[in-house]
Write a protein that binds this ligand. Structure first.
Ligand code: NAP
Length: 519
């Protein structure tokens, strides 16, 4: 049995008291335990602020970028080992594990490139200089400088590798020290990544700390220069937003929460066309990749009324080919969900959706997983539902089932489709599949206010389209309303959470020399 530790104050420490168990969700075997009881989080914060903050702020963007490049290479160098851990502790197929681990090294590499591009400075210039006086000398310029606190990162269970890396990449490039806390149940991959960073001495002391288990009183100790970046359920997000660090001390918080992402098939898309094939492939991938445990997975599928039967048939056919079982077996294409609680939530969630829809494929209880001892593991098949008369108040527009579950619904016109998507209360990503420019334009105008990202699948890019569920370092990740209102990634946009924007006003030449903004 492995006993996992936390890396705080520049060393590995183990908690006392009752430990949490980390299991293999395919076999229910306990793989590791962890506890943070007794860890002095006050000392951990002080160490990160004093040592890590000072060291990082003394580095330029280019130097921090080099550090991120080394972190990316180190993970890539241990890829097979990390993939095996993700398969054991996360229920990931090898493909799922690659999505997480390669996503981590890829995001670090993208931010390493951005560091090189930003160069030998540590001030970010925001927009152009603005003349504010009558004469040509008096100017204003907005700049960002690094906050002097600590960034505490709290991650969800579904992307232990990418979650650590994407948040750390943006914060470290911005110059803030990080304390990263993965979700306990699937923390083993993140724990091994942290070991690799420490073994290879890739970061200055105090720049990256790691909490494996409960965060104890850590979040209550934060102040106005500190940042909380949270990913997880909206219930936990509400608790964190109402914590005293945020309410009383002015700690900054970014929330990435639930999302009822949608896919909309345009009225112009014909059966057998490239766009229809892309749409069907995207829906099935987004339902089943990571066993549907992706914040960006497609949960709601809107189809012109006349095409519903054909789409249901195409989806059922593809879903029937999904092989559920032990994710280490080569022929298995979908593993279990991550925990016993998750499978209970998925079963309960499908029942809630059934109040306004009917299951047309699959079951959360009748499943015979390949290569698994009878009665073991947290398995479900993919489940497709059909809601023939969707209304904005239905559970499908308010309840996220965090598993391989989606609901197909009809619409008669663009306005109705947009209103139903918006009934989801704000999301991370929605995809529109069409070639009709007027339809796409109407959808973009109606849906952009409710989303952080929209993907458009049209015939010209059908062969090279990236899946809607793939968060990219160059583009924003986050969404309004139910999705938490946060913004991560998006190149330099993601760094600004960790920096203070200040308007400098004075002599143009002086300001340009300080900000490095002279063109
Ligand atoms: P969760 O139960 O809210 O947990 C998320 C994280 O919060 C975990 O690290 C958890 O730690 C921690 N946590 C829980 N209670 C806490 C508290 N009182 N104080 C401090 N930390 C606390 O969510 P989850 O089950 O891991 O993740 C699933 C949810 O995340 C889904 O709803 C999904 O939509 C959402 N999600 C969103 C995104 C996005 O980018 N928008 C990405 C992935 C997932 P422990 O594990 O130690 O309890």
């Amino acid at each position: 049995m492995i006993e996992l530790g936390s890396y705080v104050g520049g060393k590995w420490v183990k908690g006392s008291g009752k430990a949490a168990e980390l299991v293999n969700p395919a076999t229910e075997e306990v793989l590791a335990t962890t506890s943070t009881e007794g860890i002095d989080f006050g000392a951990a914060l002080a160490h990160a602020r004093e040592k890590g903050g000072a060291a990082l702020r003394a580095m330029t963007f280019a130097q921090r970028g080099e550090m991120l490049r080394a972190m990316s290479r180190a993970i890539h160098g241990k890829r097979d080992e990390l993939l095996a851990i993700a398969q054991a502790n996360g229920g990931n197929t090898r493909g799922d594990a690659k999505f997480d681990v390669d996503g981590a090294s890829g995001t670090l590499a993208a931010y390493a490139d951005l560091g090189a591009e930003l160069g030998d400075t540590n001030i970010l210039v925001d927009g152009d200089a603005i003349q504010i006086g009558r004469g040509a000398r008096l100017f204003g310029q907005h700049v960002y400088t690094t906050r002097e606190g600590v960034a505490v990162h709290v991650n969800a269970f579904n992307f232990p590798a990418w979650g650590l890396a994407e948040k750390a990449a943006t914060a470290l490039l911005a110059g803030m020290p990080v304390i990263s806390k993965p979700a306990t149940s699937t923390a083993m991959v993140a724990h091994r990544m942290m070991e690799i960073f420490v073994e290879e001495k890739l970061l200055p002391e105090g720049a990256l700390s790691f909490v494996c288990g409960s965060s104890g009183d850590l979040l209550d100790r934060l102040g106005g220069q500190d940042v909380i970046a949270f990913t997880g359920s909206s219930i936990t997000a509400a608790k964190l937003r109402n914590g005293k660090s945020v309410l009383e001390h002015g700690a900054h918080i970014n929330v990435e929460a639930d999302s009822l992402n949608a896919a909309i098939l345009g009225p112009d898309v014909e059966e057998g066309s490239d766009v229809m094939n892309l749409f069907v492939a995207d829906v099935v991938r987004e339902m089943t990749q990571k066993t549907g445990q992706k914040c960006t997975a497609i949960r709601r599928v809107y189809v012109p009324t006349a095409k519903v039967d054909a789409v249901l048939e195409l989806l059922r056919e593809r879903l029937a080919a999904v092989k559920v079982g032990d994710p280490t077996k080569d022929d298995v294409t979908m593993g279990p969900v991550a925990t016993a609680q998750q499978i209970r939530d998925v079963r309960e969630g499908v029942k809630r959706l059934e109040s306004g829809a009917r299951v047309v494929f699959g079951s959360t209880t009748e499943v015979t997983p390949i290569g698994v001892e009878r009665g073991k593991g947290f398995f479900t098949t993919p489940v497709l539902l059909h809601a023939a008369k969707p209304a904005p108040g239905d559970a499908v527009h308010s309840h996220e089932v965090f598993g391989p579950v989606a609901t197909v619904m009809p619409y008669d016109d663009a306005k109705t489709a947009a209103a139903l998507v918006a009934a989801g209360g704000g999301g991370l990503v929605t995809s529109v599949y069409a070639d009709d420019k007027e339809f796409i334009r109407a959808m973009v105008l109606a849906l952009a206010p409710f989303h952080g990202r929209l993907t458009i699948g049209s015939s010209k890019i059908a062969g090279q389209s990236l899946p809607p569920g793939m968060a990219l370092p160059q583009l924003l990740h986050g969404g309004p309303g139910r999705a938490g209102g946060g913004e991560e990634l998006g190149g330099r946009r993601g760094m600004t959470l960790y920096m203070q924007r200040t308007a400098l006003q004075g002599d143009r030449a002086l300001i340009e020399a300080i900000a490095g903004s002279k063109k």
